[in-house]
Design a protein around this ligand. Sequence first.
Ligand code: ARG
Length: 234
Amino acid sequence: GVAGGALAADTWRVATEGTFPPFEFYDSNTGELQGFEVDLVKEMAKVMGKDLKLESMSFDAIIPALISGTVDAGAAGFSITPERAKRLRFTVPFYRSGLTIVVPKANKAGIQDFDDLKGKHISVQIGSTSMAYAKKIEGAKVTTFASAGDAILNMLAGNADAVINDKPVTDYIRSRNSSIAENTIHLEPIATADQFAMVTTKANAKLSDEMSAALKTLKANGKFEELHQKWFGR
Ligand code: ARG
């Protein structure tokens, strides 16, 4: 029998990947999944009247999980791209971002801008827009990692000339890890004007619209601004 059990229809299954601070990441003390986007989906679930089931998986597994229907939505710092929009539906955007380059302090390869990355060894997070960007650079040797943090550590071990990553995440990693901050340079040029949004399949348009409506409610009632303040400061 189903007596006492929660109705499946009320459950909102959201996939994320927890190595993307301050959007979604694990607290090193409590081991708890936290972040701006984690807080956002929790608040959205309240507005939508649904029971949130947040599931962590590797970043490149999220879109296949959406397509196969094992999750309803993805909330993992997804950049809106025309390529993804062919198969997926994006909510209204919730954050403006862009890709930047981080190099080792010594910067032996003399990299100052994206044009300097031709033929260079670049480390990136698997399945990310950074990976797609790096793979289009002429002659670049691209190595993928489970997280941008791992890509940076690989570079600092001397195995890559540069890392491409989402700017706010590189900013956050450098602000919280003095060893990474001291041993890297975060270059100024921004490759693309990205917008982060949450994703569903196209078939799930109704859910996508509910999610967008919930985001708009949080923007209108001040909760969004409060959470933005919490994770990004002024
Ligand atoms: N914004 C980039 C993209 O859409 C990277 C997102 C990575 N997210 C994560 N939770 N690791 O591909």
